[in-house]
Design a protein around this ligand. Structure first.
Ligand SMILES: [Zn+2]
Length: 86
C-alpha cells in the first residue's frame, strides 16, 4: 500500500465515522430521543415521562435558577428519575 492509499483510506474512515455521528445526533434530535436533563438516550433506558406544560415550565424555571442549560418543551420526554430529582 502506498502512502497516498493509506492516507485516503484513513480519511474515508474518518469521514464516514464523522457523518455517522452527525446522522446519529440528528436522528436523536428529530426523535427527541435524549433526556433533556441527563442527555442520555431515552430508548431502552429508565422509565420516561412526557412533560406537561406545567412540568416543563417547572424544569425550565429550576434550570434558569441553577444557570443550567437544560431547556424542555411541553410534550417532551425525560426520565422519570431525572424529573423527580431535578
Ligand atoms: Zn435523564
Amino acid at each position: 500500500m502506498t502512502f497516498i492509499n493509506l492516507f485516503l483510506s484513513s480519511f474515508v474512515v474518518f469521514i464516514s465515522h464523522y457523518f455517522c455521528r452527525q446522522v446519529h445526533q440528528l436522528v436523536c434530535i428529530m426523535q427527541a430521543a435524549n433526556c433533556a436533563i441527563c442527555k442520555q438516550h431515552l430508548v431502552g433506558g429508565k422509565p420516561t415521562v412526557t412533560l406537561t406544560q406545567k412540568g416543563a415550565a417547572g424544569i425550565n424555571e429550576a434550570s434558569s435558577k441553577q444557570t443550567d442549560d437544560v431547556s424542555v418543551n411541553p410534550g417532551g420526554k425525560v426520565h422519570q428519575d431525572c424529573r423527580r430529582d431535578y
